[in-house]
Structures are given as C-alpha cells and as structure tokens.
Design a protein around this ligand. Structure first.
Ligand SMILES: Nc1ncnc2c1ncn2[C@@H]1O[C@H](COP(=O)(O)OS(=O)(=O)O)[C@@H](OP(=O)(O)O)[C@H]1O
Ligand SMILES: Nc1ncnc2c1ncn2[C@@H]1O[C@H](COP(=O)(O)OP(=O)(O)O)[C@@H](O)[C@H]1O
Length: 198
C-alpha cells in the first residue's frame, strides 16, 4: 500500500510563506519533567514573539493528548507514538511558515532524535528545562507526583518511569532562572535564526 502513495507538491512553497510572513519557521522544542516550566516558558515566549508580529503556535502535551492523541497513554510505546505524531504535526506547521513552540515531557532520547530528524536538524532547537525532580515535586501543580508516590499513577516520569536528559541541548534552563530571564535567554538565541534572508 505504501508504494501506491505519491508525494503531491504544492504550488505555494514554504519559502514563499516565510517570505510573506517575513521570518523563518522552525521548531522550539521544550523537554523536561512535568512541572519543570515547559508550558509557562513556551507560552510566555510565544506571547513575546506574537506581540512582535511573528506567526506562532504552541503545541502542548496536555492539549494534544486531549485531542489527536487521546488514544495514547504513558507506556514507552505510547509515548513514542505521541512523539512521532508531534514531530509530524510540527513538520506541517513549519511547512506552513509558523514558529512552533512544543512543550512535551519527551523523556526518551530516541524519540527526541526522531522529532529532530523528522523536522530536519536545522529546523530544531532543543530546550532542556533542567528543573530538579525535587523542585517539580514541590510545585506539584496538578497533584500528579503525590498520586504517583501513593502508587495511583503508573509510569510517572521521574518516579516510576525514566527521564533521559538531553546530552547536547541548544539551551539549558536551570530552575534558578525567573520566567522573564528564561524567555530572554531563548529569545536572544533565536533572534538571528528568525530573520528570513532571500
Ligand atoms: N505518567 C505520567 N508521566 C508524565 N506526565 C503525565 C503522566 N500522566 C499524566 N501526565 C500529564 O501528561 C503530560 C505529559 O504528556 P506528554 O505528551 O508531554 O508526555 S510524553 O512526551 O509522551 O512523555 C504532563 O504535562 P506537563 O505537566 O505539562 O508536563 C502531565 O500533565
Ligand atoms: N522559572 C520559573 N520559576 C518559578 N516557577 C516557575 C518557573 N517556570 C514555571 N514555574 C511554575 O512551575 C509550575 C509548573 O510550570 P508548567 O509550565 O506548568 O510546567 P510543565 O509544563 O513543564 O509541566 C507553574 O506553577 C509555574 O508557574
């Protein structure tokens, strides 16, 4: 069946979309434990970019899992499939000329590598939210860690499932950083990359 599927080329190209938008498109991928600050930093950075006129969109674990990935759980296999789809969705958004900010636990190196390969290395910026388990557990905004400690949640990342730290992230944000500092560090890093040159 696979052999009977053919690539359809569009009339409007990514390059034309980027030219019309006035900036490049790529993926800013936030990985880290639940509660490490991924959504907060991604959304605050998006706000800053949006206010400056960039075309942006946030893909967030909880939201994606409520819709397109609602059939997936937290086994290693389901997380891989979750991440595979995130990679493919990001690729579509990038092709549409959008700056994508994705916030996912994405605990396995091979899954993150898969996303990087799917969107292309030059379209991928990895942000490691390096907040300790202790601090995430202290925050425990959703009460998930408390439930995991009581054995009410299986496969909880950091407690009963692994988190493989990125070996060579583009940016590492430590828990001492304020939200504003973290956003500025990332913004300064991507500022040049946003510029579309004909
Ligand atoms: N077992 C377990 N482990 C980790 N996280 C859990 C779990 N169960 C539910 N949640 C909630 O799901 C959010 C993580 O989903 P992701 O799609 O980002 O996970 S993954 O990339 O497939 O590992 C995560 O969101 P964040 O807190 O924003 O990280 C949690 O709200
Ligand atoms: N840099 C930071 N300093 C202090 N608290 C933070 C910081 N970033 C996020 N938080 C807080 O930590 C909690 C979890 O953040 P969240 O963005 O939901 O994490 P994640 O998306 O990784 O689960 C929230 O209450 C948020 O306000």
């Amino acid at each position: 069946m696979k052999n009977n599927v053919f690539q359809q080329n569009y009339i409007i190209t990514r390059k034309e979309r980027m030219l019309a938008n006035g900036h490049n498109s790529f993926l800013i991928f936030f990985t880290g434990l639940s509660g490490s600050g991924k959504s907060t930093i991604a959304c605050t950075l998006e706000e800053k970019l949006f206010e400056k006129g960039f075309k942006t969109y946030v893909l967030d674990g909880d939201n994606i899992r409520k819709g397109i990935n609602r059939n997936l759980g937290f086994s290693p296999e389901d997380r891989s499939e979750n991440n595979r789809r995130i990679g493919e969705i990001s690729k579509l958004f990038i092709d549409a000329g959008i700056v994508v900010l994705a916030a996912f636990v994405s605990p396995y190196r091979k899954d993150r590598d898969f996303i990087k390969n799917t969107v292309g290395h030059h379209n991928f910026i990895e942000i490691f939210m390096n907040t300790s388990l202790e601090e995430c557990e202290r925050r425990d905004v959703k009460g998930l860690y408390a439930k995991a400690r009581k054995g009410e949640i299986k496969n909880m990342t950091g407690i009963s499932a692994p988190y493989e730290k990125p070996l060579n992230p583009d940016i590492e944000i430590t828990q001492q950083r304020s939200i504003e500092e973290a956003v500025n560090i990332i913004y300064n890093y991507i500022e040049e990359k946003l510029q579309f040159k004909k």
